[in-house]
Design a protein around this ligand. Structure first.
Ligand code: FES
Length: 104
């Protein structure tokens, strides 16, 4: 099984990358497969509109929450796995790593 970031909207897969790229944030992964995550600032950490919810991953597979995410996300969102796609980076690639996110 190859690694992938899978994007789900309304219960349906709307895009999936053919690999995981550790230097590319999840906004970039979404752009690779032409999926919109709602970004309004082009990934500069200003708009907070690129909320995604990580529903499946592996411990340590994603970068820790950034200061920008703490600014835009409330405690409840953080507890429920929400991230900002432009602030969230895969930390490693592994053959069987699948990161699933849901979109609004
Ligand atoms: S794209 Fe605007 S904050 Fe992430």
């Amino acid at each position: 099984m190859s690694s992938s970031v899978v994007f789900i909207r309304g219960g349906e897969v709307v895009g999936a990358t053919d690999s995981i790229y550790p230097k590319l944030n999840l906004l970039g992964h979404a752009q690779l497969v032409e999926v919109s995550v709602g970004s309004q600032c082009g990934g500069h950490g200003v708009c907070g509109a690129d909320r995604i919810r990580v529903v499946a991953s592996k411990v340590g597979a994603l970068s820790p929450l950034s200061d920008v995410e703490f600014k835009h996300l409330d405690e409840n969102e953080i507890k429920n796995g929400y991230r900002l796609a432009c602030q969230c980076f895969p930390e490693f690639e592994a053959p069987d790593l699948v990161i699933q996110v849901t979109l609004r």
